[in-house]
Design a protein around this ligand. Sequence first.
Ligand SMILES: [Mg+2]
Length: 245
Amino acid sequence: MIKAVLFDLDDTLLDINLTAFLGRYILGLSGILGLIDRTPAPMLQPALLQAYLAIDSQKRKDDLTNYDLFCACFYRRTGIPLSDPLISQTISCFERTVLPSYGKGIVQAAPRRGMPQAVEKVHELGLVCALASNPVFSLDVDRMRMRWADVSERDFEAITTINNSRRCKPSAVYYQDFITKLGFEPRECLMVGNDATRDFPRPDIGMHTLYVGHARPRRAFWRGKPERLAADLPLIIDAVNEQSR
Ligand SMILES: [Mg+2]
């Protein structure tokens, strides 16, 4: 029986030029860190990128949170301790006050058509709704993108962030950890996503994915336009439940 629906955020609930957003974020963050450390920002950007690649690696064997590994990698390259309270508070201030202006222009952040209704439908159906955004950002950055997507933190029982996750998508460890935290089994959950790789747990853990992207992934239980999802969701859930009986 399906009991929960997990949503991806970027390009699923939120229309966004993610490459442009990441570029701006790294530019802004390296600028702040450069001021603190009196280092030219461009010299810090490769270290930030390398820390992101480290937490994103699917070959990881460590048991660290993504945040702890990110900080350790960045510290090794630069000697800057990101978790130092003064530095982390400055980053948090940057994320809460400067980042909101990054949604305009080339980033083009906007709600994805039909998706706030799909979230609403999950609530109407009495199912648990959770946000399984690739955990490379803090909760503040997730909150801001939720606002751009016209959904609220209150819509979600739980949200994955860089601080509470120890792998990135599509790692089965990431998905299994989150589903366990929610108190369910993978077969009791549906994942809604736009990414033919990241939104399908690897290896397969028995959770179905509903696909709202532009490819034709064979593993998708359902694929279609996001505008269709809210209306189709009761039928999809009936079909999954029927199949598992
Ligand atoms: Mg996505």
